[in-house]
Ligand binder design. Structure first.
Ligand SMILES: Cc1ncc(COP(=O)(O)O)c(C=O)c1O
Length: 388
């Protein structure tokens, strides 16, 4: 065709850019060069295990959330398991957990040799219901188990009712391990997640609000002795040196490379947190009256690990959005107490009716700090069309 040929009158249809559930590449576009330099520094110094970035990250996280001690580790699951091991939770003990959560919350209890007792959640915040928790403690005792700990989960990024839970647990003589895998960055009564319970655990899985480029986690506590025991467990129960093993432990360190990644991500985390608030607020304005939008109590904030709506038309929303190439995620369609691996464990008196209803009605929409207004409008329009 000669160079001077007129352009075809039918311009090609512009393909719409796919919407991602969590857009890690958008974040990379912002911090890529710094991130590459940070990774390059680790490659150059070669301290791949417990290199200087690990201690630096622990110091920075402690300053960021206010916990006296931060122990980074290999995953959010290990961040839950390590304190259970350090406290000697095991045979004959009951640990109360919500069923409406990721499987790791109950899994670590069984791994420690104790019995998870499943508790119901509140219909608006999705977090553990203190009344069901009180019933669950009774259920455990009726079954001849010793209630030792409670693991409230800050589901989808909002802290649980920590004052009520801590007070009830103190009265009952059980300790609290906050599963903050989804909530690092959120706050409760002007205190940060990480400092809301005797021990808290978070995850740095890549899709978490503060995520690394692989697996990672951290445990937070103000208790010196517990921190010391957890440091030992993180490295095979190591005592004063590598030739002494004072307790049974794990290989549960955070890789230096992941610590370097997290240090860079932490430097933009507060700005991303502000963006997440703005985007969640916009969803709220656009979706109120269309579906049930998530409720955040006035005395706390969510970090919006997920933006989770409720609707009786949930399945239509999932298929409707999929048809428009918009990803959604249903968390959690099969709560832990219904899973083959956990069916035999006890559930709190009164049952788990809210958990069972939520499993049918919830769906999470794309949510990340780089979600632009045009994409958000497309998502909202698709939800409107799906619910009719
Ligand atoms: C509530 C909850 N607890 C624990 C975990 C476990 O974290 P990880 O995947 O880092 O082991 C997760 C991870 O998704 C989670 O969402």
């Amino acid at each position: 065709m000669p160079d001077t040929a007129p352009a075809p009158s039918h311009a090609p249809i512009q393909a719409t850019k796919p919407i991602l559930f969590i857009d890690l590449q958008a974040q990379r576009a912002k911090i890529g060069p710094r991130m590459d330099a940070a990774i390059g520094r680790v490659l150059a110094h070669g301290g791949f295990v417990m290199g200087p970035e690990v201690a630096e990250l622990e110091k920075r996280l402690s300053a960021h959330c206010g916990a006296k001690h931060v122990l980074t580790c290999s995953s959010g699951t290990d961040a839950l398991l390590i304190p259970l091991m350090a406290k000697g939770v095991g045979h004959g003990d009951a640990v109360l957990v919500p069923s409406f959560t990721f499987t790791a919350t109950a899994e670590v209890v069984a791994l420690a040799g104790a019995v998870p007792v499943f508790v119901d959640v509140l219909p608006d915040t999705f977090n553990i219901d203190p009344e069901s928790l009180a019933r669950g403690i009774k259920t455990a005792r009726t079954r001849g188990l010793r209630p030792r700990a409670v693991i409230p989960v800050d589901l989808f990024g909002q802290p649980a009712d920590m004052d009520e839970i801590n007070a009830l647990c103190e009265q009952e003589g059980v300790w609290v391990l906050a599963d903050a895998a989804q909530s690092y960055g959120a706050s409760y009564k002007n205190r940060h997640v990480g400092s809301l319970a005797e021990v808290s655990a978070t995850s740095f899985y890549p899709s978490k609000p503060l995520g690394c480029y692989g697996d990672g986690g951290a445990v937070f506590t103000d208790d010196d002795e517990l921190h010391q025991r957890m440091m030992q467990i993180r490295v095979h129960g190591q005592g004063k040196d590598r030739n002494e093993n004072v307790c049974i432990g794990l290989t549960a360190r955070l890789d230096t490379l992941q610590a370097a990644v997290l240090l860079e991500k932490l430097s933009v985390f507060d700005a991303e947190y502000a963006e997440r608030q703005r985007i969640a607020q916009r969803y709220h304005q656009l979706l109120t009256g269309v579906v049930e939008t998530p409720v955040v109590r006035p005395d706390r904030s969510s970090v919006w690990a997920q933006y989770t709506i409720k609707s009786k038309a949930r399945d239509r929303i999932v298929t409707g959005l999929a048809a428009e190439k918009i990803p959604t995620s249903v968390l959690y369609p099969r709560p832990s107490h219904t899973q083959p691996a956990y069916r035999s464990f006890p559930i709190a008196g009164g049952g788990l009716p809210v958990t069972e209803r939520l499993a049918r009605e919830v769906v999470s929409l794309p949510m990340h700090a780089y979600l632009n207004a045009a994409d958000q409008d497309r998502i909202v329009d698709a939800v409107r069309r799906a619910v009719g």
